[in-house]
Structures are given as C-alpha cells and as structure tokens.
Design a protein around this ligand. Structure first.
Ligand code: BGC
Length: 747
C-alpha cells in the first residue's frame, strides 16, 4: 500500500512546532544580540540609549514601532498578529537590535481575557473602589499585583490607568476611573502606575482627555473653557503624570474643543509634552486615529490596533517629506526611551504561575478597605454572630456570585461566568459577568449558629415573607456598568427599589449591600437600617463584605464621588446621545473605516466647567444623598487643634482621636476655600491622610499642601497662579462635615 499523507489535522501541529522553534530562535537571537549592543549598557540614561537605537534603525523598523499588528474588525491584520499573546496590542520585536516586542493587555482591575487565553488573573475591586480607600500605599500594591500578573502572563505593558473624572456619573466606565476629584484621582492613579512600573511593565494613563461619556464617543465634540479644563479633568492627568512618569498616555476617542483628542495639538504637544514635560509616548485608543500628518505633527506617537495611517502611508509621507524625519524619530525615541526607563528591555518578561491564593488575599484586603458604610441606624451593624439566630440573604445571584465591571476592563472569573454553565466567560460584548464569590456562603461561614436562608428577590413578596421570619435581612442589589454604554439613569435596574422597599417594610432590620460602579439613587434610604457600598468587589468580594457585616473588619472607606438625590440635580439631567448621522452606518461599509474618516460631530457642552461632583452641589447649594468624602465606621472620631502655617507650602496640622471602642482608620480630609477674587466653587480638596487609630488613641496629623492645589489656572499667563488673599482651611471627615476651620492669608 502506498504511504498515506499524514492526516490533515496534524499539519497545524507541525506548523505550530516550527513556528515555536522559529520564535525561540528569534527570541534567543534577540537576547544574545542585545547583550553586545552599546545601548544595552544600563548605566547610560534612557534618552542616550534610545538615541543610539534610533540611529541604527532602518525606516521600516521605525515604522513598525509606530503601530500594532491589528485586531479583528478594527483594521488590517498582520500575519505577525499570531504572536500577540492574546492581548489587545502587539508591537513587533526587532531582534537584530535586541528590542523586544511590546505585548499590551488591558488591566484596569486585573489582567483581561486571562480565561479566554487559558490563564488566570485576580480581579481586584474596581478602580473606583480603589479610590474609596484613599490609601496611596494601597494603590501601589494594587498596581504591583496587576504588574506582577501581567508579567506572569507574558505582557510588558498595561492599558489600565483610567483617570477620567466622574463629570457624568452615568458614564458606563465610572467603575474604571478614580472618582470626581482631580487631586484624589490623580494621586491614586499615580500610585497604581508606580506599582505597575515597579514590576517593569510599561504603564499607561487614559483616556486623555474629557472622555467623560461613552454615548457617541467616536463622534462627540466636548466643549469646555481652558481654565475649567485645566482645573478639573486635566488636573487629574497632570497630577497622575507628574507623580508617576507613565510610559504612555492613551489619547481618547472624542473630540475636545473641535479637534479629535488623538490629533489635538493643544492636548498632545502644548500641554502634555511641553508644559508637563511628558517623556513617554502617546498611543491612540483602539481605532482612535483620524489622520496622518495632522496627528503626527500634533504629537500622536503610536497607532493602535493597526496601521490605517502609521504604516505604509506614514512611510510614504516620510519619504516625501510630508512628515519630517525628525518628527518620526521623536515618535520612535519616545517609545524606546519608555522601554529603557521602565526596564522592559533590561529585564525581559519571564512567564510564571500566578500566586492565586496570594492574589485572593490582596483582593480581599483591598475590598475591606474599599467598602463604604453609608448608613448604620441604631448600630445595626456589625451583626453579632453569637446573637443573630436567623438571616435572610436576598438578591439576584447572591447565592453564587457578585457582579463585575464589563468592557475592555473585564477580568475573567475562574471557570467562567458564575451565572452561566461552567466554562463560559463573557460570550459576547456587553454581557454582565458574575464572579463566583458567594455572599450566601460567606455569611453562612461567619454565622455558623444562625439559620441563613436565601431568596433571589425575583418575587418581592416571597423575599419579604422570608425577611419577616428572620432576625435580619441582608439585601444584595446591583447596577452593572460597562464600556460602550452609559446608564439610562442612576436608579437600580430590575425592580430592585421595590424589592428593598417590600423587604424593609417586612423587617426593620434590613441592611442593603450595593454592588455598583458609581452612585445609585436610593428612594428607600430612610426605610432601611444599614447601607454598604461595596463597588464591584473583585475575586474575594463576598468574604470582604461578610468581614465588614460581622465586624471582623471595621469599615474605613469614603466616597470618591457624590451620591446625588436624583438625576434632576446633575449638571446635565440627561446625557446627550449621538444623532443618527454621527453613528457608523452599517449599510455603508465597515464601521472602523467610517470612524477613522471622522463621523460628523455632535456637541456636548461642559458649561458647568470646574464644578464637577461636590463642587457643583456645593455651588448650587443642592442637598445630596451622601456627600463626597463621606463614610461611617464602627467607631467614632473627633477632630481638634487645627493649626495652619502659611507660607509657600502651607502646612495644616490637627489632631484626630478615635473616641469609640474599636480600632479603626480615619480618612482625614483637608479642603480650602479660595479668596473671592479667585472665583472658585465654595471648596476644594487639597490634602488627605488615612490615619490608623487604636480605640481611644489620638494622633497629630500634618499635611503639606501643594501650592498648585490652592491655585487657579491663569490662561493668559499659561500657568498656575496663587490669588493673594484669605484662604479658609477646613478639616474633617467628609466634604460636608468639616468641624475645624482656620483662615490664613497667603500671598
Ligand atoms: C478602550 C480602551 C482599551 C482598548 C483596548 C478600547 O475600546 O476604550 O480603554 O484599552 O479598547 O482594548
């Protein structure tokens, strides 16, 4: 018999074998070549090293650095994309020069798509929960865990680092950001980026700038005056960038004052690269590029995910002189410099097995700090496991899981979505994913002597009946959020308001646990005895919540954003949506091409200006449900002895005392009211400190105030300016509870 050809299905295996062999040779060559190159001398500065490499590069190699290798449905795909490691972006290596690939993954609250790639990653509490800890050392740990898991999975760049202000709380990405205040958000994102970069992973801050709503994000033009922008959204970026030196800044999809962010000279060059002296590179959001020469001259360095503009067309533009060679070299230099500065070249990624249990513990501890106790009538909480005999655990999926944030931030749960058959992760875009962290199990573990029963709440009457026969009812409610959508309203979906109302009518001991990405309205707030905001709680969420419910942990989180009473109180009662002509038309070809060509703009006017969040409610004298900076504890704190030492860097000193019977940690907040001539909102956060205090303990706290936080932005002089006059410093435990005040003159 003639020899049969090997079965066809063996061929791919053989191909994979050769491909891997080729890759190994390729990578080995990269490393051995690398060692002998003069730029591998790590005693040289990143700039010197980058300049040496740029001099050696061919035009093709330079162009290759300026773009990714494509993504299905978004741009042309390179055959090299198979080496992309399953991440969102891949920049091809240059072995002859010892330059490794850049492997990018989204990693807002953990590494994305790990399940889909057959890997595992920890889901930390959502970023807004991170901000609720007000703990900058904790932020570093948050970033360090993400950086560690990125490297373990073969990535050397994160696409996390979202710091858009919560100007519009219905923004579907509120959970990915750090709240409404530029000082808190900027400092927190910087801590996270420092933690990531300490692991030798390229950090990224996004979405630059004013991408404060998802609706119509590829077409919207946001209008805002320069001073207001500098003192609000842009200040968060300014602080984040100056305090962390990120490798990259991702320009956003939207237009700002007329120009797309990714070709906006004011944003990218005048501000970011000149005024802020940013030394890293600007990469586009995915499909955020709209031009070649204009974008290049404006300061966009790198196009993702493919090369609509920065590939062959860029090469021609450089050859013809439309794009000067020096401009091209600057783009490349910035990318290489960032790679040297973050040590991704000196310390190439080594894959490793993640420490799953270690990650779960970090996630739990972080969530314990992030939880905000919003209401605790008659000290309903903590529950005493020795006294409580029966507990009703109520709420959709509260028997098996907790909700997580969606979109490109989505982290995959182990064994998939808890509410789908095992093995399935997110099966489609905009599908809510529940993590297998079971409130019911965690509560049962904490109260082994109590009868703990579950009701999904699908029928409020049946849930109320269970509540009636229990000592306590704990109702888990949720509001899911994702990229690519905004919330229609801040109200809880799916009849959950009615559920809470019915349960609270049946049992006066009702505690509500809110899983959300941002504020929700609470028409039932007066009827329940306890409320916890637990955000999207991450891999170990239910244990953290149970630890707070039963008092093993004393809550210390404070709100990084205001909970308004109703949407009518927001600066914009409704979100402006894209008109039909500003949306891609599927009948007219591939959407990404229409987006790249530029969809007709529609306008959103941020005429509230600097008055974001509490600054708006304060200025408008609007009552709120829960103010910015608010959060209760199982103990109490008292503030005294304020002393403000004026000077170039004013120093605010005061005493905080734990006046209760439990150990705790108080987040002390310092606000300033600027002189009337400054025309600023009534107050702004200028400093904070998280103070651990044993029961009965007092500590003196001293905070040096960065003069920039006390300044206004002077547009004519293009700089920060301290307005001479009387400054009222206010200190306390929330933006609306500031018992200490002192006025000093600053010049
Ligand atoms: C998001 C970015 C993300 C990118 C890559 C975009 O849709 O806006 O935040 O990093 O996709 O996944």
């Amino acid at each position: 018999m003639p020899l049969k050809r090997p079965p066809a299905k063996l061929c791919p295996l053989v191909a994979v074998f050769f491909l891997s062999l080729q890759c190994m040779i390729f990578r080995a060559a990269a490393q051995s070549n690398g060692k002998s190159h003069p730029w591998m001398n790590s005693s040289l500065s990143p700039d010197e090293r980058a300049s040496m490499v740029v001099k050696e590069m061919t035009l093709d190699e330079k162009i290759q650095m300026l773009h990714g290798t494509g993504m299905v449905g978004l741009s042309p795909m390179s055959p090299l994309a198979v080496h992309s490691n399953g991440g969102a972006g891949y920049v091809v290596e240059i072995p002859r020069l010892g330059i490794p690939a850049i492997q990018m993954s989204d990693a807002a609250y953990g590494v994305r798509m790990s399940g889909e790639n057959g890997r595992y990653s920890t889901a930390l509490p959502s970023c807004v929960g991170g901000a609720a800890t007000w703990d900058l050392d904790g932020g570093f740990e948050y970033g360090a865990l993400i950086g560690h898991e990125l490297r373990a999975q073969g990535y050397n760049m994160t696409l996390g680092g979202g710091v858009n202000l919560t100007r519009e709380p219905r923004n579907g990405r509120t959970f990915e950001y750090m709240g409404e205040d530029p000082v808190l958000a900027g400092k927190m994102v910087a801590s996270v980026i420092r933690g990531i970069q300490a692991q030798h992973v390229l950090g990224d801050i996004k979405h630059y700038a004013l991408n404060d709503q998802e609706s119509g994000r590829n077409a919207v033009n946001v209008n805002i005056d320069k001073r207001a922008a500098r003192e609000s959204d842009l200040l968060a970026f300014e602080i984040g960038i100056e305090e962390s030196n990120p490798a990259a800044v991702m320009c956003s999809y939207n237009r700002v004052n007329g120009d797309y962010a990714c070709e906006n000279k004011y944003l990218l060059t005048d501000l970011l690269k000149q005024d802020w002296k940013f030394r890293g590179f600007v990469l586009t959001d995915w499909g955020g590029a709209h031009s070649l020469a204009k974008a290049s001259a404006a300061g966009m360095d790198h196009e993702e995910p493919g090369w609509i503009f920065y590939g062959d067309d860029m090469k021609k533009a450089v050859e013809s002189g439309t794009v000067p060679e020096a401009e091209l070299d600057d783009h490349v230099h910035r990318i290489l410099r960032a790679m040297f500065a973050t040590s991704v070249i000196d310390d190439p990624v080594q894959r490793s097995v993640p420490d799953v249990l270690g990650g779960l513990e970090v996630a739990r501890k972080f969530e314990e700090q992030a939880i905000v106790l919003l209401k605790n009538e008659k000290s309903e909480l903590p529950l005493d496991p020795a006294k409580v005999r029966s507990i009703a655990v109520i709420g959709q999926h509260a028997d098996i899981g907790m909700i997580s944030g969606g979109g490109s931030a989505q982290v995959d749960p182990p064994v998939g979505n808890a509410i789908l058959p095992p093995g399935k992760g997110q099966t489609q875009w905009l599908e809510p994913v529940w993590f297998p962290t079971s409130p019911l199990k965690s509560i049962r573990a904490k109260a082994p002597g109590a009868k703990v029963q579950f009701d999904s709440g699908a029928d409020p009457a049946s849930a109320a009946a269970l509540a009636k026969n229990s000592d306590v009812a704990v109702v888990f409610v949720y509001q899911w959020e994702s990229e690519d959508m905004d919330l229609e309203s801040l109200a809880l979906p799916e009849n959950q308001d009615e559920l809470i109302t019915k349960v609270s009518e049946a049992n006066a001991h009702t505690v509500v646990v809110v899983e959300s990405g941002g504020p929700v309205t609470m028409p039932w707030a007066d009827k329940v005895s306890g409320i916890l905001e637990v955000w999207f709680a991450g891999s170990s969420g239910s244990d953290a919540v149970a630890n707070v419910l039963f008092g093993s942990v004393n809550p210390s989180g404070k709100l990084p954003l205001t909970f308004p009473l109703s949407e009518a109180d927001l600066p914009h009662p409704t979100i402006v949506k894209a008109p039909m002509e500003s949306r891609p038309n599927f009948m007219q070809g591939e959407p990404w091409k229409q987006i790249a060509a530029g969809l007709p703009a529609f306008q959103v006017n941020y005429d509230e200006g600097v008055k974001v969040g509490y600054k708006w409610y304060d200025a408008e004298k609007k009552p709120v449900l829960f103010p910015f900076g608010f959060g209760l504890s199982y103990t109490t704190y008292a503030y005294s002895n304020l002393k403000v030492a004026p000077g170039k860097t004013p120093k605010v000193t005061f005493t905080v005392k734990n006046t209760g019977k439990r150990d705790g940690a108080e987040i002390a907040e310092v606000y300033a009211c600027l002189p009337p001539a400054a025309s600023e909102p009534p107050k702004q956060l200028v400093g904070f400190s998280k103070v651990p205090l044993k029961a009965g303990e007092s500590k003196e706290v001293s905070i040096e105030i960065n003069p920039k936080y006390l300044s206004i932005f002077n547009v004519e002089q293009n700089g920060w300016q301290l307005v001479p006059g009387e400054y009222n410093f206010m200190v306390g435990g929330s933006s609306r509870s500031l018992p200490l005040q002192q006025t000093v003159t600053l010049n």
